[in-house]
Design a protein around this ligand. Structure first.
Ligand code: COA
Ligand code: AMP
Length: 642
């Protein structure tokens, strides 16, 4: 039983038996301009409508209300740039002022309720300010991760059809300066929107773009200095707050739509109950605003809760060393850190005994949360040992926006089992089913599905494509949302997530589509056909590896082709794809109907047991591939999906 008298079992049971009561109670933590009288409406099912008659403004809830409550002088956001060696803090009053004024800039550029704003920014405070300013106007932001190339940005601009793009002159990666403006320029051309207004935050050390004069450019600093603050615009709870594109199984990303009301309620529930973070606490999520983890837990969650959020521009290693995380925890008095297991593996690789930890006082740290990929048991034990605090895995996806399975540290913390993110969170009716949708026995692996409706804060649809939403998630298993992950539940109800059942892979906590990489590799003039699979990688969890068959009569040296394919993927998708390996093979294994046996290839490459399907066209192709697909050397525990 927790100090506040509530416990997981009662909360979870109530959320399923009395969802109206449970979520209306949770909704009391939000400031509504029109209080909702109902939690859920099925009127538009399968599209969920949470708090259908409620109205609110999310930015007001994240900022103004804390000022109104007397916490204006509390620090809201600490920007710690390990790249520049600088720290800048914003109090709630200062951040509210900046956001209101940037909302004025956007309004001056024609942005109103429901309009879209595409934000292509690195980890600088302006990213959070632009997101919140968009929300303040009741408009819809779509943040694009800085590691994506022009073409990926163009696809998102085309789909979201924004009124304004917000960007910067540059981002800082350890090994290079990233020039943003040429990428934005190319993306706008490709998207067919060259005249779109672009607000640019200039950073020292980056050239002024030569197109500045021809383009509809607005300088962030000048515009902000002149801007009139804009007040928060109330929107319906069900109105969209943001669209975040994520990788699906095809090359076309899916625009996950998040509403305002359900999102605020769900995130506030998690801050208190899952993370045990409250007003005044210092919270740090080491991710990027371009990912869902950054949306929910760098920006919205901690600010809705009135906490202090740390925004870190740097890496776990190399900026300057593997002690960077411990330095940040000490310097800002971080109570809880949320990061991806790959970051911990990177630190461990550089500093296996965590000797750099001894140089810092990390006594403020109470909990380490991880997500984004499975927390392998080696890393779990290592982090638990060196930090001496609970290391808590939780499992979720861009689509859900918050933890599906977790360990509620603000209720009665549950015993931790290595390898499991623990138990389903309120509102998630989790089941393990076979391919026909029939429940499987405890301990048996199957598809992880969630009974409908999903709880508040989860995706309501895909941007502009309700049918794709239904086809992608709701069609495979009647009455359920298909997570795309497989796993099992043990005799104690603990969930073990084993890996994706589709062509989505996870590289250094970054979600990628092998289908999208295949599309790019297939464009090379020498390539007849190809398969890209995710294979186990000791540091990054998985890496994308390509196998290509040359067109007949074409001859090209293997290293030349590999270099060209690596450059092509980097250009078309971006450095984040981290595609480094392509091997020429004589043939790809296929079924008689022509489907490439990617799963069998992956199993061989991962050194797993595999059975060659009886429908294979030519079994000798597999035999010929065996030496090429020789398993990489990683400990069993590092294998995602095992
Ligand atoms: N803008 C431009 N380029 C970016 C970028 C960004 N925002 N983010 C990454 N890249 C580039 C990197 O510079 C690198 O380029 P390179 O090939 O020229 O070296 C490439 O994309 C791959 O980057 P990354 O996957 O980060 O690998 P890395 O080897 O540089 O670093 C880790 C390895 C483990 C330290 C790093 O991946 C990491 O910190 N991972 C944690 C990720 C995370 O927090 N994910 C959370 C999602 S929940
Ligand atoms: P993303 O949408 O980028 O958050 O990626 C979601 C996918 O990452 C999930 O479907 C899982 O495959 C994987 N994932 C995220 N968190 C975990 C976790 N804690 N354990 C296992 N897999 C995870």
């Amino acid at each position: 039983m927790s100090l506040n008298g509530r416990n997981y079992t009662d909360e979870y049971q109530r959320s399923l038996k009395d969802p109206e009561g449970f979520w209306l109670d949770a909704a009391r933590t939000v400031d509504w301009s029109v209080q909702p009288t109902r939690a859920y409406s099925s009127a538009d099912a399968p599209i969920s409508r949470w708090f259908p008659d409620g109205e609110l403004n999310t930015a007001w809830n994240a900022l103004d209300r804390h000022v109104a409550a007397g916490r204006g002088d509390q620090v809201a956001l600490i920007h710690d740039s390990a790249m520049l060696g600088e720290v800048h803090s914003y109090t709630y009053t200062e951040l509210t002022d900046q956001v209101a004024r940037f909302a004025g800039v956007l309004r001056g550029l024609g942005v109103g309720k429901g309009d879209r704003v595409v934000i292509y920014l690195p980890m600088i405070p302006e990213a959070a300010i632009a997101m919140l300013a968009t929300a303040r106007l009741g408009a819809v932001h779509s943040v694009v991760f800085g590691g994506f190339a022009a073409n990926e940005l163009a696809v998102r601009i085309k789909d979201a059809a924004p009124k304004v793009v917000v960007t910067t002159s540059g981002g800082l990666e350890p090994n290079r300066h990233v020039e943003y403006l040429p990428t934005v320029h190319e993306a706008l051309d490709t998207a067919g929107s060259p005249g779109l207004p672009v607000v640019v935050k200039h950073r020292d050390g980056f050239a002024t773009d030569p197109h500045t004069l021809d383009w509809n450019y607005v300088d962030w600093d000048t515009a902000l200095a002149d801007a009139q603050p804009a007040g928060p615009v109330p929107v319906k709870s069900t109105d969209p707050l943001y669209v975040l594109y994520t990788s699906g199984t095809t090359g076309t990303p899916k625009g996950v739509v998040r509403d305002n009301g359900g999102h605020a309620v769900a995130l506030l529930w998690t801050m208190a109950n899952l993370y045990d973070i409250h007003a005044g606490d210092v919270w740090w999520t080491a991710s990027d605003v371009g990912w869902v983890v950054g949306h929910s837990y760098i920006v919205y969650g901690p600010l809705l809760a009135g906490a202090t959020t740390v925004m870190y521009e740097g890496k776990p290693v190399g900026t300057p060393d593997a002690g960077a995380f411990w330095r940040v925890i000490e310097q800002h008095g971080v109570k809880a850190l949320f990061t991806a297991p790959t970051a911990l593996r990177a630190i461990r690789k550089m500093d296996p005994e965590a000797s750099l930890l001894a140089r810092h006082d990390v006594g403020s740290l109470q909990t380490l949360f991880t997500a984004g990929e499975r927390l392998d048991t080696d890393t779990f034990h290592w982090a638990s040992r060196v930090l001496g605090v609970p290391v808590v895995d939780h499992w979720w996806q861009t689509e859900t926006g918050w933890g599906i399975v977790g360990n509620p540290r603000g209720l009665d913390p549950l015993p931790i089992k290595a390898g499991s993110p623990t138990l389903p969170m309120p509102g998630y009716d989790l089941r393990i089913v076979d391919g026909l949708g029939e429940p499987v026995a405890a301990g048996e692996e199957g598809n992880i599905v969630l009974g409908l409706p999903l709880p508040p804060g989860t995706l309501t649809t895909l941007w502009g494509d309700d049918q794709r939403f239904v086809d992608s998630y709701l069609s495979a298993f009647a009455g359920c949302y298909a997570t795309g992950d497989s796993g099992y539940v043990d005799a104690d109800g603990y969930v073990f997530v084993m890996g994706r059942t589709d062509d989505v892979i996870n590289v250094a906590g970054h979600r990628l589509s092998t289908g999208a990489i295949e599309q790019v590799v297939g464009k090379h003039p020498a390539v007849a056909e190809c398969a890209v699979i995710g294979v186990a990688d000791a540091l990054k969890g998985q890496k994308a590896v390509g196998y290509v068959v040359l067109k007949s009569g074409v001859s090209i040296a293997a290293d030349v082709l590999q270099n060209e394919l690596v450059a092509l993927v980097r250009r078309e998708i971006g450095p984040v794809a981290d595609f480094k390996n392509a091997t020429i093979v004589d043939a790809l294994p296929k079924t008689r109907s022509g489907k490439i046996l990617r799963k069998t290839m992956r199993q061989i490459a991962d050194g797993d047991a595999y059975t060659v399907p009886s429908t294979i066209e030519d079994p000798s192709v597999i035999a010929a591939l065996l030496p090429v697909l020789a398993p990489v050397e990683v400990g069993d525990d590092h294998r995602p999906g095992r």
